[in-house]
Design a binder for this molecule. Structure first.
Ligand SMILES: [Zn+2]
Length: 98
């Protein structure tokens, strides 16, 4: 039986492109230092940090999953009284590269 390799991932992070404390590059570097193989950057209502993150990920070997956390404006449509956020994973990496 083939031994499977463990993969560690964080699929919900925010960078300074929204309300995070680390730049996209710092997030990727931090993920690498912590031994993660996969990182998703899911900033609030923006994909503005993804181009920088992809460049950092290419240098580090981290698999970057592009994402976004959308704020839902009309919470009444979702029967919620608190703010609602929709977390999405995106596709087509090349769209975020310069
Ligand atoms: Zn979030």
């Amino acid at each position: 039986m083939k031994k499977q390799k463990n993969v560690f991932a964080d699929l919900h992070t925010h960078s300074t492109a929204s309300d995070g404390l680390l730049t996209p590059t710092q997030l990727v570097e931090s993920a690498q230092e912590k031994g993660l193989s996969v990182l998703a950057i899911t900033d609030h209502d923006t994909v503005g940090g993804l181009a920088e993150a992809f460049q950092a990920a290419q240098r580090s070997g981290i698999k970057l999953v592009p994402g976004i956390e959308l704020s839902c404006v009309d919470c009444s449509l979702m029967a919620a009284s608190a703010p609602v956020f929709l977390l999405m994973v995106l596709s087509r990496q090349r769209r975020y590269l310069n």
